[in-house]
Design a protein around this ligand. Structure first.
Ligand code: ADP
Length: 458
């Protein structure tokens, strides 16, 4: 079965609670009205009995006949709404019509009033023992309840008939109100539905009132902003990656086409093939880097960490880069601690990080320059510093060199075989080790990269 919408549910709950409250109110009002009528009748009975006592006090000494006359006059004064019966030790003194015999249900003297039908009409009766000058009198007073009964009936009819009408009106009002309250939600749903993957820059309108709906719209807008930024990054990354792959592939294609255009000598074929092989190496490297970053993004690149000596890793990386440096006429020297410095790390990744920074230092330092590698301990971190006397990085480029595909000097970097991914990967490796990579640089003077890795607990 289909669940009713929020509007229906709100109205149903609201109507149910209102129906219960109305029913409780009607019952309480009915009981309170009845109680108040009974109290009024009861005090009237007591008052009239007091009137009879006064007559007995005044006319009792003048004999039974005189007293009976006075009582009869009193009873007449009560009209059709009141009746009276008085007896003394000798028997009946006076009785209104319908009250000639004792009326009390239990036959016992009582101070509590009771109800009874007399001559087809409803009465409330009270029987009391009145003692005047030592002589006991038995006084039964009756008062008609017809008027009160009719008023009570009319009142309760109005109450119980009006309640369902109120209930229906209130339910309709409740439904209308919940509709009004939920209109902004409908608007937001329509707006959110119209936002596609192509126009994530659109935002939902935030209602002016600072309420739950405004907060919902703001939260959705923040989510849209995050999605938009992530989507842009992915699009940019795909575009950059395709662009980077296109160049070496085009070079390979051209080399192959040129080689095949006419008959060539063996050495010419060899040259074409070695050119293609060189480009294949670059493409493989690029794909390797792209895959590494994609795995890092998806969180799939789980690194196996173990206690590792950073000094040993740095020494290995320096030895590998030394050859390249010498070929370029750059001096590479390593200084600093020679005792082991233990960090919790993935050795292959840390070596890769060192190689990225060292290779960059070699790439961007002209012949005759110098690269200095230092290892120190600062604030529970193993800090590797790689300083070069190279071309340096301008303040404009400095904050962006860790971005993917960012190259400060495009021509030179490409010439050196870089795609602008090295430092992005390096940054990710440092952060995966809860460390960081910092840079300082001056154009024309050189750059200094610091790699901070937390020392392992002893
Ligand atoms: P690439 O593969 O192009 O070297 P990286 O991400 O490793 O890419 O570096 C990004 C950019 O930072 C480089 O293109 C270069 O312009 C600049 N850069 C990095 N290291 C140095 C350095 N030691 N000296 C000068 N510029 C550097």
């Amino acid at each position: 079965m289909k669940r009713p919408g929020i509007r229906g549910q709100l109205t149903a709950w609201y109507s149910l609670i209102l129906a219960l409250s109305l029913a409780a109110f009607c019952c309480i009002a009915y009981l309170a009205m009845g109680y108040s009528f009974r109290q009024t009748l009861q005090s009237e009975l007591t008052e009239r009995t007091e009137g009879v006592r006064d007559i007995i006090v005044e006319d009792g000494p003048q004999g039974r006949a005189a007293l009976a006359d006075e009582l009869s006059e009193f009873a007449n004064g009560l009209g059709s709404g009141g009746r009276l019966r008085v007896t003394d030790a000798r028997g009946l003194l006076f009785a209104s019509p319908g009250m000639t015999k004792s009326l009390e249900p239990s036959g016992l003297m009582t101070r509590r009033p009771w109800r009874q039908w007399i001559d087809g009409a409803s009465f409330m009766l009270l029987r009391q023992n009145v003692v005047v000058s030592g002589t006991p009198y038995d006084v039964t007073m009756a008062v008609a309840t017809g008027d009160f009964d009719r008023t009570l009936k009319r009142g309760s009819t109005i109450l119980f008939a009006a309640a369902p009408v109120f209930l229906v009106l209130a339910a309709l009002g409740g439904y209308w109100m919940s509709r009004r309250a939920l209109v902004p939600v409908d608007q937001m749903t329509r707006a959110a539905r119209s936002i596609g993957a192509q126009d994530l820059s659109q935002r939902l309108e935030v209602p002016p009132a600072r309420d739950e709906l405004a907060r919902l719209a703001e939260t959705l807008n923040e989510m849209l902003a995050r999605l938009d930024s992530a989507f842009r990054k992915v699009t940019q990354f795909t575009a950059d990656a395709s662009h980077e792959l296109r160049t070496p592939v085009a070079v390979m294609r051209t080399s192959a086409e040129l080689a095949l255009r006419r008959q060539r000598t063996e050495s010419e074929y060899r040259e074409a093939l070695s050119q293609i092989l060189h480009q294949t190496g670059e493409v493989s490297q690029l794909i390797e880097n792209l895959l590494g970053l994609a795995r890092a993004d998806s969180g799939a690149a789980q690194m196996q960490m173990e206690r590792t000596d950073v000094g040993a890793l740095l020494a290995d990386s320096c030895d590998k880069s030394k050859l390249l440096a010498e070929k370029q006429g750059v001096t590479l020297c390593r200084n600093g601690l020679n005792t082991p410095l233990w960090v919790q790390a993935n050795a292959a990744s840390i070596e890769r990080l060192f190689t990225i920074v060292l290779d960059n230092a070699v790439k961007y330092t002209p012949s005759g320059g110098r690269i200095e590698v230092l290892l120190n301990v600062k604030d529970d971190f193993a800090v590797t510093e790689i300083r070069d006397t190279g071309i340096g990085i301008s303040p404009h480029d400095l904050p962006r060199i860790f971005d993917r595909f960012y190259r400060a000097d495009r021509a030179r970097s490409r010439e050196a075989g870089g795609a602008g991914l090295g430092l992005a990967i390096g940054k990710w490796i440092a952060e995966a080790h809860e460390g960081e990579i910092r840079v300082e640089s001056k154009v024309g003077q050189g750059s200094s990269f610091e790699i901070w890795l937390p020392l392992a607990a002893r």
